[in-house]
Design a binder for this molecule. Structure first.
Ligand code: ATP
Ligand code: MG
Length: 235
């Protein structure tokens, strides 16, 4: 792929660190993210915990420019993500929201929206495969997306993101609407995608046990500050 007209090797990008430097964001006059710096390493499942309202969703959105920071930098390897085209950023770093949003139409149309827009070829077989991967019957491809349960929509949203093959995948409370059984299925899927397909994750979770099950490292966001609270860093 090309970034700022320079040829970039996708496989190399997948092995790049995400570096956050002095990130700063005020919302409604409050310093929600107050000069936060951290690095996420390729291969990681980096879990962010913290109390409700501490800014976890805000932080994720700053990483792929769904929100623009007031100050600070975000680098993927040596690419300054604030200096490149925003659509390229969204392709490299994909955000799956806390409350899933479905477009009008079928599940298939929802899955194909971004690949079509970005000219990424997707076969019928890989659509069926991705459905199975996220624990949904491929017959769901022809259902109207809006009629799905919240948990099912969440899995379609994850499948939709996976099809774009982002370098970092940001999941905001991915199991918040799932029952315990489906929570374990989705957690296993995340671990499997990380191990076998080398997907790098940054996951927000308020569930400490889940953070321990999934995280290569666990961080806590509180009072605008992020501190690493668990596990040694991997490199
Ligand atoms: N557009 C906005 N304008 C003003 N304040 C905002 C805006 N968006 C978020 N906030 C505030 O910023 C703070 C952080 O919100 P955020 O959604 O990032 O928290 P969170 O940690 O994800 O919470 P939760 O665990 O409940 O999802 C909250 O106090 C919220 O009210
Ligand atoms: Mg949130």
């Amino acid at each position: 792929m090309h970034i700022n007209e320079i040829e970039v090797d996708y496989e190399q990008l997948k092995r790049s660190k995400l570096r956050v430097i002095n990130l700063y964001k005020k919302l409604g006059g409050v310093e929600i993210i107050n000069r936060v710096s951290f690095e996420v390493y390729p291969g990681e499942i980096f879990v962010i915990t913290g109390p409700s309202g501490s800014g976890k969703t805000t932080l994720l959105k700053l990483l792929n420019r769904l929100l623009e920071p007031d100050d600070g930098k975000v680098f993927l390897g040596n690419i300054d993500l604030l200096s490149i085209d925003v659509l390229t950023v969204r392709r490299l770093i994909c955000y799956v929201p806390q409350i899933p949003v479905m477009f009008e139409g079928t599940v298939r149309e929802n899955l194909m929206f971004a690949p079509r827009y970005l000219n990424i070829p997707v076969s019928e077989e890989s659509l069926r495969e991705i459905m199975t991967d996220v624990g949904l019957n491929p017959s769901y491809l022809d259902k109207i997306a809006e009629t799905l349960s919240v948990g099912e929509k969440q899995r379609v949203a994850l499948a939709r993101a996976l099809l774009i093959k982002p370098v970092y995948l940001l999941l905001d409370e991915p199991t918040a609407h799932l029952d315990p059984e489906n929570t374990r299925i989705l957690e296993d899927l995340i671990l499997e995608l990380n191990r076998t397909r080398g997907v790098n994750f940054i996951i927000v979770s308020h569930d400490t046990a889940q953070a321990k099950r999934l995280g290569t490292r666990i961080a806590r966001l509180e009072n605008g500050q992020l501190s690493i609270i668990g596990r040694e860093k991997i490199e």
